[in-house]
Structure formats: C-alpha cells, structure tokens
Write a protein that binds this ligand. Sequence first.
Ligand SMILES: [Zn+2]
Length: 246
Amino acid sequence: MKSTPCLLCKHTHFYLLKDGRLECTACNHRYSPTKRAQTLELLEAFLAQHSPQNTAHTLGISLPTVQKNFAHFRHLCAILCERAYESRAGAFCEYEEYLFLPASKQKNLYQMVEGIGIMGLSTGKHVYTLLMPDHLHTYDAQIRANPEFIHTLSNYYQWHKISKLTTSATPLSRFWVFLEEFLKGFYGVKREHFGAYLKEAEFRFNHDKATQKSLLAQAWREHEARRLRAKMITTQEPPLSQVWKI
Ligand SMILES: [Zn+2]
C-alpha cells in the first residue's frame, strides 16, 4: 500500500502489519500511522498555543506526554532559529539590548536587577536574540552606595517605555512587545527555561502560521530520521565481548 514517504529512505510503499503498523518495503522501517497522526495533532495544538492541560484533555493523552512533546517542539524552534541566523549572519543591521522583567517585579524599580538581559539583532524584517549572561546583580554594590544609580540603569534599558507601539516601530521594538504578550500566556516561566521560550517567541515572530507549520513539521521529520538512524547503528553494533574475542 502507498503512504506518506518513509522517514529513512523516502520510499512510499509499505506492508500493512497485523498490529496496524506500516513497514517500508525498501528499508523495513516500521512505524505506527496512529502515533504519527497523534504527533501531528500535538504539533497543531502547540502551534495554536493551546495549553498542555487542554491538549491532554482534548486528545486523551497524558499530561507528561504532551509536555514532553511541546518541549521537543520548542527545542526544534531553537534549532530552526539558529539555522536561520546562520543563513542571515551578514544581514543584521539593528542591535538593541532589552531587559525582560515579569510584571510582578515591574512595580519596584529596584527589582530590575532581577531582570533577564536579551540582545536583539534585526535584519529589518527578521529578528534574532541572544540571552545575556546574568550580570545585573553586579550593580548591587553601586546601587547600595548610590540608590539614584537605578534611574541611570532604568534609562539605559528603557524597559518601561517599550509597551507603547508607534507607527515608526522597528522590528525589534515590535518583537519586545510580542515577547511580553507571548510570555503572559504561560503564567510564569522558570528562569532556567526562559531561553527556550525566548527562541519559541522568536520563531513565531519571524514566520507566518503556515510557514511555522511546514518548518516545524520538516524539522520534526529530520530529527526523527536522525534519531532512528542513530538507534539502528547502536543496535547493529556487536556487543563489546564479541569484539574482544575477535
Ligand atoms: Zn524506508
């Protein structure tokens, strides 16, 4: 029977096995069409920004499975962002440093040392981001010695002015607003996971919905093919005891 191309050899003819799985007639790779369809549904839910809880409920999948898949898609977004950066490396013309500070910490100016520094680069159309090393606490002694110094820092980052979009907004200023809105949907992101969410926001900002879907689906297929090939190599390798006997 015919099916979507085999992940490993792109062949389109398969045997239907008793357990419902398909086996490629060229390379014998087996896969479950039901599981593949579920992965696509998870990808759609991720792209539509449905919560893991709702997705688990709607698709009848356990919450840890949904969370694991969403984290994997987020990781693929980061890979795609890095690839895009490599292809546009010479085209960046705008740079801006931004300070991300959760809304709960924005009321007290002195809490800005808890913020996360981000360097933004733009080609005029696409953006690329880099997480800055945690460095704001290095200003602690200076702020203690001169509390007014916090205003100098605040003016430098201008984080309190970002929320106002103007018609002359640059891609980076639009991206900072987009990032703030995007992160609100998660009700708090742990600091150690911030980089992954930042890359997801960058990916979503740089591509329209249809492109996001085709890029992410393609990246998933490539990643899965690499994983399967690696698995085949390790399972084909003879046990170490046999190697020594030779
Ligand atoms: Zn095959």
